[in-house]
Design a protein. Structure first.
Length: 571
């Protein structure tokens, strides 16, 4: 946001001193540490663009954010007294979350950023608010507030009417199309009626949901209605479909496969998620004697990412489709148009806004999208629960992209092993990462657990003790000296902390069922050729296995099952 603002200001010839430090349109580099004198020089007092708050009252913060959003943007500094002297405020995780909630209570606020800074060692929370470019902001109780000099003023009467008329947001999704209601497909009308629980999709119902509108004396489909009720929405709306591009490597600029996914939105979402799942395949892991197939990207994550892309895209842009790029290390889903205000990449989990309210509401009725504010949570939480790398988001003035990694710092074997432990009902999702690191041989302390989980000391201690009580970790020491290691009764995946004796036992178990080969052992235990040969040789030397055959025909039998009199060691 700041880089774009600087470019605009340079092109317009606007002097950098027009806006204070930390304002979204300021060209100055915002420092995180300031001496008191420098702070006073850069921000000498409250003004049209600056407001001080000694405390963090939700209603006061929301009122200032609404006023800045409706005027020219501004900077709200929490932890600064009325005289401009920093008094300090709490900027820990929960305090910042409360600030996000306060800003989030504003209806349709402008984009914003919250940045903790230090002034003479005192913590100050800086809330930088951008002017809303479409529509207008309101406080939780419906007031429209603007900034006049250093005051936040509620508009009433003629001033309010004029402001609303000037800034009213025209929602493209509810604009009429040339298609009469008669053009709606009967089967799709039935699907919409079922999704909403109607006996039938009557014109009155469709008008209520923004899927139809009056155009003179005709009842026609809106843009949203065309997306759900036409077999081929692209005939009226341009590239209102999904294009999929597959690349053989990450650096490739030319795809080796390309296709479109068209039709009404619910079908686009379900088909796209299914097709991408087929393209990327699954990971296979063998733990002990069990084989597991693991999703590389969980289907609910793919479905939610695609649903977000089609629901929040700018449909005014008829020349660009939603785009899915499949590469060896990630799947990228790109939606035409910027993030809706006030959402930014930094606050995407705390804030939500619907550019196409009727489109997303209808998609939720089809159970293809999460409730407001839950979509990003679901993607991040499910990826974390499956021990996969987190999705990342990119946005600029033209598009929004979510990258879903096909890589993970946790191996396939570890994911399968943790899933096996969890299937016994002994493990909570947030404890998985602790168990993986314990299986790798790491000694866990409260400090290590806090770092791995990103939680406070109490939550870290609870997680470690919960795993201990479940018999998954063994504790040594007490209080601040407590240390935790994987319990001896728990078997980690081969290649981690698995004892030699246990590996030998697994090989002998396989040999009891049938003759064992090097290749079969590699497949079943997820070890390489050299390690498999080493295990087999150790058991032969110990007299527990017998080697028979030669070269590619070599196999290993349990001692005692070998029949005397064979030729060249054959059975």
């Amino acid at each position: 946001m700041r880089g774009y603002a600087i470019l605009v200001r340079v092109l317009l010839g606007v002097r950098s001193l027009a806006y204070p430090l930390y304002h979204p349109l300021s060209t100055d580099q915002p420092p995180l540490l300031l001496a008191g004198a420098d702070f006073a020089r850069h921000i000498p007092g409250e003004s049209r663009h600056v407001e001080f708050k000694q405390g963090a009252s939700r209603s006061c913060i929301a009122r200032a954010v609404a006023a800045f959003s409706n005027t020219d943007g501004g900077v709200l500094l929490v932890g600064v007294g009325p005289d401009g002297r920093p008094v300090g405020t709490n900027v820990d995780g929960e305090a910042l979350a409360e600030l996000h909630r306060a800003v989030g209570s504003v209806h349709d606020g402008g984009r914003y950023e919250i940045t903790p800074i230090a002034v003479d060692g005192r913590s100050v929370a800086v809330i930088s608010v951008a002017r809303r470019r479409q529509g207008f902001a309101q406080t939780a109780d419906g007031q429209v507030v603007v900034r006049r000099e250093a005051m936040n003023v509620s508009l009433i009467g003629a001033q309010l009417a004029e402001f609303v008329a000037r800034n009213a947001l025209a929602r493209f999704e509810t604009t009429p199309t040339p298609c009469s209601l008669d053009a709606a497909d009967p089967d799709l009308l039935g699907e919409v009626a079922t999704a909403f629980g109607w006996s039938m999709a009557s014109p009155e119902r469709l008008l209520e949901r923004g899927l139809a509108t009056h155009d003179g004396d005709r009842t026609v489909l809106t843009v949203a209605g065309a997306l759900y009720l036409l077999r081929e929405p692209e005939t009226e709306l341009g590239k209102s479909y999904i294009e999929v591009f597959r690349y053989r490597d990450d650096a490739a600029t030319t795809e080796d496969k390309r296709y479109r996914i068209t039709g009404p939105l619910p079908r686009q979402v379900t088909e796209a998620a299914a097709r991408v799942t087929d393209e990327i395949g699954t990971d296979v892991a063998v733990v002990g004697l069990h084989r597991y197939e693991l999703e590389r990207i969980p289907l609910p994550v793919l479905r939610e990412a695609v649903a977000n892309a089609v629901a929040h895209r700018v449909y005014e842009d008829t020349r660009r489709s939603v785009r899915i790029d499949i590469r060896p290390t990630k799947v990228s889903i790109t939606s035409p148009g910027p993030l809706p205000e006030p959402v930014t990449v930094d606050n995407i989990r705390e804030q939500n806004a619907a550019r196409n309210a009727e489109v997303i509401a209808t998609l939720r009725r089809f159970r293809l999208a999460e409730d407001a504010g839950r979509g990003v949570d679901l993607m991040q939480d499910v990826m974390a629960e499956q021990l996969l790398d987190a999705p990342t988001f990119r946005a600029d003035a033209t598009s929004v992209t979510v990258d879903l990694p096909l890589t993970s710092t946790v191996t396939i074997a570890e994911r399968a092993w943790v899933g096996e432990i969890e299937s016994r009902g002994e493990l909570r999702p947030l404890d998985r990462i602790l168990l993986v690191h314990a299986a790798r041989g790491q000694v866990l302390t409260n400090t290590a657990a806090r770092s791995l989980l990103g939680v406070d000391s109490t939550h870290a201690r609870n997680a470690l003790q919960r795993l201990r009580d479940a018999g998954l970790l063994a504790q040594e020491g007490r209080m601040s000296g407590a240390r935790y290691q994987l319990a001896e009764t728990i078997t980690p995946p081969p290649g981690l902390k698995l004892s030699r004796a246990h590996l030998h036992d697994l090989v002998l178990d396989l040999a009891r069922q049938a003759p064992v080969t090097n290749q079969y052992l590699r497949e079943r235990l997820s070890v390489d050729r050299v390690e498999a040969l080493r295990l087999l040789t150790e058991l032969v030397e110990a007299g527990q296995l017998v080697r028979v055959g030669q070269r590619r025909g070599v196999r290993y039998l349990l001692a005692g099952t070998f029949e005397e009199g064979g030729t060249d060691g054959q059975v």
